[in-house]
Ligand binder design. Structure first.
Ligand code: ADP
Length: 234
């Protein structure tokens, strides 16, 4: 299978007073096209920093990230923004929906700036909220709002879906529903998923499991016993 993401010797340095703090210390790995990949790590291990750089919303201090044969770490700001808009969907812990727009309009905003968007109603149907499309976000539960955020990330027909603690603000039941949905999206659209979490149970549903500790990859292996989302327990 083809590599969709290749991360090589990635370094992120935060300047903290007189000393430099290395949030990522020469991180290297790849993700294959269509893979569902989970990066595990405790709080402070560098997960968000890593996702933000791969997602094109932060800059590396060294090393490279190549996505679909484009070295995004070498792109100028405008080109990086354009690349992100076209190819990368990002889902955060908090849904960041626009409160004054309906569910459908929230997804439309993303579709409108994409080159080759998917059908909005079809995506809303895929995430199970088509019947809620004329409501405003505040009328939906957290789990439903996260579904909208996933629809918004998916509608632009992104090849790569980056999820930073997507179930971090949800209860168990809603978390399982969102994880099921992410796996379905991965299968239905062949979207490559890169999900970071501190919850080791979630890694059991991944095709590939990596672990990050103090800014370093300390584990990277193909999962030999993939569980379905509904089999996860915590
Ligand atoms: P995680 O997502 O795993 O919790 P982060 O990527 O948010 O970890 O942070 C990794 C490390 O980098 C932490 O020690 C954090 O304090 C530090 N860090 C993150 N962002 C900044 C910043 N803007 N300035 C200084 N240090 C930061």
């Amino acid at each position: 299978m083809k590599k969709l993401v290749t991360v090589k010797d990635l370094i992120k340095i935060y300047r903290a007073g007189a000393a430099d703090f290395y949030a990522l210390k020469k991180v290297s790995f790849y993700v294959l096209e269509g893979e569902f990949c989970v990066v595990l790590g405790p709080s402070g291990s560098g997960k968000s920093t890593l996702m933000n750089i791969i997602g094109g919303i932060d800059r590396a201090s060294g090393g490279s990230v190549e996505i679909m044969n484009t070295q995004i770490t070498a792109l100028k700001d405008n080109a990086l923004t354009e690349f992100r808009r076209e190819h990368i969907g990002i889902v955060f812990q908090f849904y960041n929906l626009i409160p004054s727009l309906t569910i459908k309009e929230n997804v439309e905003v993303a579709a409108n700036i994409a080159k080759n968007p998917l059908d909005i109603d079809e995506v809303l149907d895929s995430v199970g909220i088509l019947d809620q499309k004329n409501k405003f976000p505040s009328k939906l539960s957290g789990g439903q709002q996260q579904r909208v955020a996933i629809a918004r990330a998916v509608v632009k027909n992104a090849k790569l879906l980056i999820c930073d603690e997507p179930t971090g603000a949800l209860d168990y039941e809603n978390s399982i529903e969102v994880l099921k949905l992410l796996r379905n999206i991965n299968k239905k659209y062949n979207t490559t998923v890169l999900l970071v979490t501190h919850n080791s149970e979630i890694a059991k549903m991944a095709d590939r499991i990596m672990a990050l500790k103090n800014g370093e990859i300390v584990k990277n292996q193909v999962n030999q016993n993939i569980l379905q989302a509904h089999e996860l327990e915590w």
